[in-house]
Design a protein around this ligand. Structure first.
Ligand SMILES: *[C@@H]1O[C@H](CO)[C@@H](O)[C@H](O)[C@H]1NC(C)=O
Ligand SMILES: *[C@@H]1O[C@H](CO)[C@@H](O)[C@H](O)[C@H]1NC(C)=O
Ligand SMILES: *[C@@H]1O[C@H](CO)[C@@H](O)[C@H](O)[C@H]1NC(C)=O
Ligand SMILES: *[C@@H]1O[C@H](CO)[C@@H](O)[C@H](O)[C@H]1NC(C)=O
Ligand SMILES: *[C@@H]1O[C@H](CO)[C@@H](O)[C@H](O)[C@H]1NC(C)=O
Ligand SMILES: *[C@@H]1O[C@H](CO)[C@@H](O)[C@H](O)[C@H]1NC(C)=O
Length: 451
C-alpha cells in the first residue's frame, strides 16, 4: 500500500511538473460542438508539427504543452502568447512578449506593422504600385497616386516610380482609389475595404470592373460608353429617350446605342470596333470617350468612312454629323469634252468669268456649282438656281426653285414668262405678240373711229 501511494505520489509530482511547463490557454483551438475541450489545435500553427506542440484545453482553447522545450523554427504568435507568462519557460519566451515578429516574440509590433489574428506582426504598408513621380533612385513624391495632392502622405515613396500605401489598416474613406486598392489588396492587415480586389469601381475595391467598364491605367474602372448625343426619340422631360432610332440607319446600328436623358442616346461601348456601322452620331458620342476604339480618335464628324475633326473643303456637316458635299447638281452648261470625260470648261454657265468660276467641271458636258452654301449675291443666275436647288445645306437664295426670275430663284416662271435655255424666265414671246396685236387692233379701231 505504501509502495502504491509512493508510486501515485511520484506520478502526481511528475504530472504537476508536466503541468508546470504548460502554457496559458490561447484561443486557437477548434470549438467542440458539444462545448468543453477544443476538438483540435489546428488553428495554432501552420503545420502539424507546430499544432502537435499544443494540447486541447477548455472552451475551444489550446495551450503549449511544454514551454520549457526549445520551439526552434516552429515558434509562432500563439506559442509566444501561450508561454510568455510561464516561469522557467524556454529563453525564446519572455513575460509580456505575446506577439511574434520576424523570428522572435515581442511585446509590441514594430511601427509599420501590427499583429494579425494569429498574434503575428504583419506590415501595415501596402505593396508597391507604380504611381509615384519618377526620379532616381526613388520616386520624388506620390502625388499622382491620390486625387487630392494634399493627401499624398497616404503613400510613401519607394524605388522609382513606385509608392506604397503607408497603412492599409486605416479606412481611407473618400480617398479610396484604384492605386490604394491595388497596393493594399494583398496586405494581411488591410482594412476590409481592401479585401474585394485591386480595382476601384468608383465606390469600392473590386476584383474586376463591372460590365460596361474597363480599368484605366490608374486601376480605376471607367465606363466604356460614349457621351450623350441628341439622336434619341424624346421621352418625357426629365426621363430618358424612348428609343435610339434616330441614331442609325438600321436596327444594328441603333442597337449599339442606349437611351440616356431625353432626347439623348449614347454609344454603349466605345471600345468596340464599329466596323462598317460607323456613323456621324457614333463619331460624336465616342470621340474622346475613355479607351475608345481608334476609329473614333480623329473627331466628332463622319467623312466618308472615317471620323474627322472637321469636314474637308467642299463639305459641311448635316444634322447627323455626317459631312455632305456642298456642291450643286450637274447642269449642262459646260463645254463638252470627250465622252466619258469631263466638260472642258464652264464658260456657258455665266456671263462673266466670276460667275463661271463658281462652277466646276463635271461629267461632260456638265458643270456644277462648287459651293451651294455660299451666298451667290448678284452673281445668281438660272444655272446656279438649277444646280443648287435641293442641294445639301444650300443657301436660302436657292430654296424657291430651279429657274431665275428677275433676281430670284423660282419654281416656275410667272404668267407671261417662260424659261430660256439658260433657265431664266423671259417675257413669253407668244403673249407679247398677242398683246402687241391687241394694241394694234385698238389703234386701228381708234383710227377708224377718228376717220
Ligand atoms: C512547420 O512550420 C515551421 C515554421 O514555418 C517550419 O520551420 C517547419 O519546418 C515546418 N515543419 C514541417 C514538418 O513542415
Ligand atoms: C502571469 O502569471 C502570474 C503568476 O502566475 C499571474 O498572476 C498573472 O496574472 C499572469 N499575467 C498574465 C498577463 O497572464
Ligand atoms: C514597382 O512596382 C511594380 C508594380 O507593383 C513592381 O512590379 C516592381 O517590381 C516595383 N519595382 C521595384 C524596383 O520594386
Ligand atoms: C439622319 O439619320 C436618320 C437615321 O438614319 C435619317 O432618318 C435621317 O434622314 C438623317 N438625316 C439627314 C439629314 O440625313
Ligand atoms: C447597317 O448599316 C451599316 C452601314 O450602312 C451596314 O454596314 C450594315 O451592314 C447594316 N446592317 C444591317 C444588319 O443591315
Ligand atoms: C458678273 O456678272 C454679275 C451678274 O451680272 C455681276 O453682278 C457681277 O458684278 C459681274 N462680275 C464682274 C467681275 O464683272
Amino acid at each position: 500500500m505504501n509502495k502504491l501511494l509512493g508510486i501515485l505520489a511520484i506520478m502526481s509530482i511528475t504530472a504537476s511538473c508536466v503541468n508546470a511547463t504548460a502554457g496559458d490557454d490561447v484561443n486557437c483551438g477548434t470549438a467542440n460542438s458539444a462545448g468543453g475541450m477544443a476538438s483540435d489545435c489546428n488553428g495554432c500553427g501552420a503545420n502539424s508539427t507546430i499544432q502537435g506542440l499544443f494540447s486541447a484545453s477548455g472552451a475551444s482553447n489550446c495551450k503549449v504543452t511544454d514551454c520549457m522545450a526549445d520551439p526552434g523554427s516552429n515558434l509562432n504568435g500563439w506559442m509566444c502568447k501561450s508561454c510568455n507568462n510561464v516561469s522557467g519557460a524556454n529563453g525564446a519566451y519572455y513575460q509580456g512578449m505575446i506577439y511574434f515578429e520576424g523570428f522572435q516574440c515581442v511585446v509590441q509590433c514594430d511601427p509599420g506593422s501590427a499583429p494579425d489574428s494569429n498574434n503575428i506582426c504583419q506590415a501595415v504598408g501596402g505593396g508597391q504600385v507604380s504611381c509615384g513621380t519618377p526620379s532616381f533612385p526613388f520616386s520624388t513624391d506620390c502625388i499622382p497616386c491620390v486625387k487630392d495632392a494634399s493627401k499624398q502622405n497616404l503613400f510613401s515613396p519607394n524605388i522609382s516610380p513606385n509608392c506604397s500605401v503607408k497603412d492599409c489598416t486605416v479606412d481611407p474613406g473618400s480617398d479610396l482609389n484604384g492605386w490604394m486598392c491595388k497596393s493594399c489588396n494583398s496586405n494581411l492587415k488591410a482594412h476590409s475595404v481592401y479585401s474585394a480586389g485591386t480595382f476601384f469601381s468608383g465606390s469600392a475595391c473590386v476584383a474586376s470592373c463591372p460590365t460596361g467598364y474597363v480599368a484605366d491605367s490608374n486601376n480605376n474602372c471607367q465606363a466604356t460608353n460614349g457621351g450623350d448625343v441628341g439622336c434619341g426619340t424624346a421621352g418625357t422631360a426629365g426621363g430618358k429617350a424612348t428609343d435610339c432610332k434616330g441614331c442609325g440607319a438600321n436596327s444594328t446600328i441603333q442597337g449599339l446605342f442606349s437611351v440616356s436623358g431625353t432626347p439623348n442616346c449614347k454609344v454603349t461601348d466605345c471600345t468596340a470596333n464599329p466596323g462598317s456601322n460607323l456613323n456621324g452620331w457614333m463619331c460624336k458620342s465616342c470621340n474622346g470617350a475613355f479607351n475608345a476604339h481608334t476609329a473614333y480618335s480623329a473627331g466628332k464628324l463622319l467623312s466618308g468612312t472615317a471620323c474627322v475633326a472637321s469636314c474637308p473643303t467642299g463639305y459641311a456637316a448635316d444634322s447627323n454629323n455626317t459631312c455632305q458635299a456642298t456642291n450643286g447638281g450637274d447642269v449642262d452648261c459646260g463645254t463638252a469634252g470627250t465622252a466619258g470625260g469631263k466638260a472642258t470648261d464652264c464658260n456657258g454657265c455665266g456671263s462673266n468669268s466670276t460667275i463661271q468660276g463658281l462652277f466646276s467641271v463635271s461629267g461632260t458636258p456638265n458643270c456644277k456649282v462648287t459651293d451651294c452654301t455660299a451666298n451667290p449675291g448678284s452673281n445668281l443666275n438660272g444655272w446656279m438656281c438649277k444646280s443648287c436647288n435641293g442641294a445639301f445645306n444650300a443657301h436660302t437664295a436657292y430654296s424657291a426653285g430651279k429657274l431665275l426670275s428677275g433676281t430670284a430663284c423660282v419654281a416656275s416662271c410667272p404668267t407671261g414668262y417662260a424659261a430660256d435655255s439658260n433657265n431664266i424666265c423671259q417675257a413669253d414671246p407668244i403673249s407679247t405678240t398677242s398683246s402687241y396685236l391687241l394694241t394694234l387692233a385698238f389703234t386701228i379701231l381708234l383710227l377708224c373711229l377718228l376717220i
